[in-house]
Structures are given as structure tokens and as C-alpha cells.
Design a protein around this ligand. Sequence first.
Ligand SMILES: NC(=O)c1ccc[n+]([C@@H]2O[C@H](COP(=O)([O-])OP(=O)(O)OC[C@H]3O[C@@H](n4cnc5c(N)ncnc54)[C@H](O)[C@@H]3O)[C@@H](O)[C@H]2O)c1
Length: 179
Amino acid sequence: MTSATCGRGASSDRPSMSDLLLGTFASRALVGKTCIVTGAGSGMGRAVARRFAQSGARVVMADVRSDAVEATGRTLRDEGADLEPLAVTVDLAGVDGCAALVERAVAASGRLDAVVNCAGVGGMIGTAQRQVAEGGGPPIGRIGEPDDAAGCALFLVSDAAAYVTGITLFMDGGAAVSR
Ligand SMILES: NC(=O)c1ccc[n+]([C@@H]2O[C@H](COP(=O)([O-])OP(=O)(O)OC[C@H]3O[C@@H](n4cnc5c(N)ncnc54)[C@H](O)[C@@H]3O)[C@@H](O)[C@H]2O)c1
């Protein structure tokens, strides 16, 4: 198992260059993988859960807010997730909750390939958001959206990133390099 803030599992079914060029990569990049997404009731976690389900993963969604995580589960089902998504209501502030979540995921599908941690207490202001607040903006011309995080997570969890490990991937619209 690997984790994300992001990671990936192993598979021989890597996307070919033609798949990448034809744009079919995202639609099957996570087939056969089981991925936990925390904070899936809102924001980035919700966007990651949707993108992963669209890419063929079995998604185990976790959030402390039952109504929110169940709503994400309904959305994934309505959008035609290949595999039944699992919505788990759990407080991940403690070790016990985290262990119980992993047990649920493995019990449900017999494997766990990646964990994307988006649960957290809001309030952090990223570099791009700070630049906007200060009257500037990131070079790319907009602030980041939850789906931008989903795209980064999809890449890191997929086999396309099989030789990537131990890195920090900056998702800031170019803000850091323009300072
Ligand atoms: N570094 C940055 O620049 C940056 C930018 C934006 C957000 N963030 C951080 O990323 C995280 C996600 O951001 P978001 O905008 O998606 O936030 P969000 O508030 O929309 O979603 C967070 C989700 O986590 C859940 N959650 C909170 N505490 C939990 C717990 N103990 N157990 C289980 N679930 C819990 C919430 O119920 C919520 O659904 C936050 O921690 C935020 O501070 C960092």
C-alpha cells in the first residue's frame, strides 16, 4: 500500500504513450485499484473521490460528516462508478479511526493500493491564494480548484508515476516559481 498526499500501487497495465495522447488514460488509470480518500464529503476529497471513480477505482470514502460522505457516495453511484463506492463515517483525528478505516477497506475489497488524505481542518492559505489576497495572482491566471488536486492525485496514484517517490508536487499555478 502507498499513501498520498500521494502514492501508487503496482500493475503491469501501464498506460501507453498512445493512450496518453488519445486521452484515454484517465478513464482506466485506476482500474483494479482500491483507494481510500479521506475528507471525501467536501472540497478536494470529494473531487478526488469522483475523479478516481471515473478512472475505474474502487473508492473507499471517509469523512467525519455522515451526510456529506453519503452524498458523495450517491453522486459517484449516479455518475456510474464501475465498482460500488464505500462511504465510511469516521473521525480520523485518532489512530483508532484510521486503523478502522483501513480494516474496512481491506475487508471490502481484499486490497488497498493508495490513500489520499484530504481530511483536515480548514484555514491554511496556500501560496496562490495568498498572492490573490495580496492583490496579485498566480501566473496561470486563476486560483486552484478542487479538481486540480484530483488531477495531481490521479497521476501520483496511477502507474504512470511508478518511478516517482518521495517528492513534493507543487500545485500552485506557478506561484512559487514567480516569487
Ligand atoms: N496547503 C494549501 O495550500 C492548502 C490549500 C487548500 C486546502 N488545504 C488543506 O487541505 C485540506 C482539504 O481542503 P478542502 O478545501 O478540501 O477542505 P474542506 O473543508 O472542503 O474538506 C475537508 C473535509 O474533511 C473532513 N474532516 C475534517 N476533519 C475530519 C476528521 N477528523 N475526520 C474525518 N474527516 C474530517 C470535513 O468534514 C470535510 O468534509 C484542509 O486541511 C485544508 O486546510 C491546504
